[in-house]
Design a protein around this ligand. Structure first.
Ligand code: SAH
Ligand code: DHB
Ligand code: MG
Length: 234
């Protein structure tokens, strides 16, 4: 075989593998994480308002629900709401009388979120608080403990969000953070503050004896995903 034809065979194999991964993901999404009208409406409303399409995937939404069920979540905190897509998945995992509080710095985003929540029928069990998460988090201590905390806002304060989550948690609480792999860039030295914040977050959750943690590549063709930590003791 000539250099060129072995190169093109290799490329064809890579493309085939990528297609296979996509088809597996599509099938899992269809069977386990179908989107209903409320979720689709939140996506459309975000697009309509010019928000970036950086919400979690349906599989990640379903996984958040699974984690909420695993820790019997009645009180959930989200940091970073965007258009309310992940918030709808979370709110729908709550039992009767449960509550989701979501923190959002951008008032225009918060407005979209409130509409999305109302449209999805979860307005009664949700609350959107507008402001910088680091300013709002101390005020949540009197509402603790939270059973599940989902971190998905700006990346450089991730270590501070972890500290806050631990202050708000109970043994058995689950702390999830999005975008903790970032194409492997978090494992390399970087000048990027966001990257460094997530890298430090990963180091802390890997070594803190109060936590049992794992990074799960489940987004962006398995190059990004959640960090999941279960709080063993406080
Ligand atoms: N969780 C959402 C996506 C969140 S995108 C979903 O999956 O559907 C990140 C959001 O965090 C944006 O809406 C952004 O405005 C918000 N954000 C950024 N910095 C923040 C801060 N310091 N405090 C609170 N929210 C912040
Ligand atoms: C960005 C933020 C996110 O939370 C995400 O899931 C993807 C991208 C961003 O700021 O670019
Ligand atoms: Mg994210």
């Amino acid at each position: 075989m000539t250099e060129n034809s072995s190169e093109s065979t290799r490329l064809a194999q890579l493309e085939q593998q990528a297609n296979l991964r996509r088809s597996i993901e599509t099938t899992i999404s269809e069977r386990f994480a179908p989107e209903d009208e409320g979720l689709r409406h939140a996506l459309a409303a975000g697009e309509e308002a010019g928000l970036p399409p950086i919400q979690i995937s349906p599989i990640q939404g379903r996984f958040l629900q699974l984690l909420a069920a695993a820790c019997n979540a009645r009180k959930i905190l989200e940091i970073g709401a965007l258009a309310g897509y992940s918030g709808i998945w979370l709110a729908r995992s709550l039992p009767e009388g449960g509550r989701l509080i979501t923190l959002e710095v951008n008032p225009a985003h918060a407005e979209v979120v409130r509409n999305s929540f109302a449209h999805a029928g979860v307005a009664d069990r949700t609350e959107v608080r507008v402001g910088k998460a680091l300013d709002l988090l101390p005020g949540l201590e009197r509402e603790a403990p939270f059973d599940l905390v989902f971190i998905d806002a700006d990346k450089s304060p991730y270590p501070q969000y972890l500290e806050a989550a631990l202050r708000l948690a109970r043994p058995g609480s689950i702390i999830v953070a999005d975008n903790c792999i970032r194409g492997g860039r978090v494992f390399q030295p970087s000048e990027d503050e966001g990257n460094n914040g997530v890298a430090e977050y990963n180091r802390r959750i890997a070594s803190d004896p109060r936590l049992i943690s794992l990074l799960l590549p489940m987004d962006e063709d398995y190059t990004d995903g959640f960090a999941v930590s279960v709080v063993r003791y406080i």
